[in-house]
Structure formats: C-alpha cells, structure tokens
Write a protein of this length. Structure first.
Lengths: 113, 112
C-alpha cells in the first residue's frame, strides 16, 4: 500500500529557514498536502499542491515537489516561535481507496530563540 | 470557514464502559473520517463514511464502531473501552474536489 515517510524531529533557530521533508511511494499521487498541528489541537491545512506542479508559494511557505524522486518539501522562511508544531505530509493517490489520504507520522519542529 | 466540532476535548472513562464520541461538520461534506493519533505512529484511520448510513473500515477498526444517521454528524463508538484505546481521537470531513480534509480539535480520551 501507500506509504509516507517523514523525519520525526527538526530544530531551527528563530529567523532561519526550516525545511521539512517527506517521501512517498504512490506514483499515482494526485494531490499532496501539508498540515500543521499545534499542541493539544487538531490538524490545520496549510497548503496543498497538485501533482502536475513543481512548486507552490504562499507567503512564508514554499512547497517543492519532485515527482521523479517522490519527494515533497515544505520550506518556512523566517521561522518564528509560533511555527513550533508538528507538521504532517499527506498524499491522495488513485490506488487503494479513493476516499482516503495517507499521512506521514509527522515532524516535530522546534524553533529555538 | 469550514467548521468541524467534536463533543468533548477531554474525556475520562473506565474500562468496560461504552463511549460515544460525536463529530459535527457544517459544510455539507459527504465524506467524514475518524482517526486516532498516538506518539510516533501519526494518524491511523479507524473508519470513514462516504454518505449517510454508509461506512467503510479503515486501518484499525477493531474495538470500534460508527454511526452516520445524518449527513452532518458522524459518531465513533467504543463498545467496551479498554486501556489501549487511550488516545487522541480526531474527526475530519472532506471536500469532493481537491480532497483536503478539515479536522476538528480532537478528543483526548483516557481509559482507566
């Protein structure tokens, strides 16, 4: 079945850029998503990218997609302490159940002052 | 804005009790989902529903059941709670076009 992998932890200094990486196995992925989860809260959709795009930018967020390597990244420019959270990558493929997203296990981003 | 609400933020139940977790969405979404979230395991899908009275098992349905009598409401039922069901439970609903899911705030369930 589909699989989505992320590293578990990332620490950056306030003001630096953060890059959170994700790899997936489903070559038929149509949409890929980034979610943010703050402590004790549900998941908040940050952005998504369609599989025919290489890049999407939204204010401080830049998503890069390398379909050949099945690699997705989220870059946060000028990282702030409020960006400390767990970030989940998710993909929507055409194989398996068409209704489901497959989520990675999340990357805990810690922003140091 | 899409709003997904869950009936409780925190819940403490005893082993063997029947537990109901309620989820309501206000966007007329056809698809709704229940996940559990455990440290290091990410989100695991328990059940989802693609229409009223329609449901499908996810990856970890054992020990759970669901009910969808109205489009806006999706309930997760623990027939006989056990300590290994202590977890954060997240409900989501989904659009049909770009498939992104919108999540509720979660219910942290502790079974003692």
């Amino acid at each position: 079945g589909e699989d989505v992998e992320q590293s578990l932890f990332l620490s950056v200094r306030e003001g630096d850029s953060s890059v959170i990486n994700c790899t997936y196995t489903d070559s038929s992925s149509t949409y890929l998503y980034w979610y943010k989860q703050e402590p004790g809260a549900g998941l908040q959709l940050l952005t998504y990218i369609f599989s025919n795009m290489d890049m999407k930018q939204d204010q401080r967020l830049t998503v890069l997609l390398n379909k050949k390597d099945k690699h997705l990244s989220l870059r946060i420019a000028d990282t702030q302490t409020g960006d400390s959270a767990i970030y989940f990558c998710a993909e929507k493929g055409t194989s398996g159940s068409a209704r489901q997203l497959t989520f990675g296990s999340g990357t805990q981003l810690t922003v140091l002052p | 804005d899409v709003k997904v609400t869950q009936s409780s933020r925190y819940l403490v139940k005893r082993t063997g009790e029947k537990v109901f977790l309620e989820c309501v969405q206000d966007m007329d979404h056809e698809n709704m989902f229940w996940y559990r979230q455990d440290p290091g395991l990410g989100l695991r899908l328990i059940y989802f529903s693609y229409d009223v009275k329609m449901k499908e098992k996810g990856d970890i349905p054992e020990g759970y059941s669901v009910s969808r009598e109205k489009k806006e409401r999706f309930s997760l039922i623990l027939e006989s709670a056990s300590t290994n069901q202590t977890s954060m439970y997240l409900c989501a609903s989904r659009t049909g076009y770009t498939y992104e899911q919108y999540f509720g705030p979660g219910t942290r369930l502790t079974v003692t």
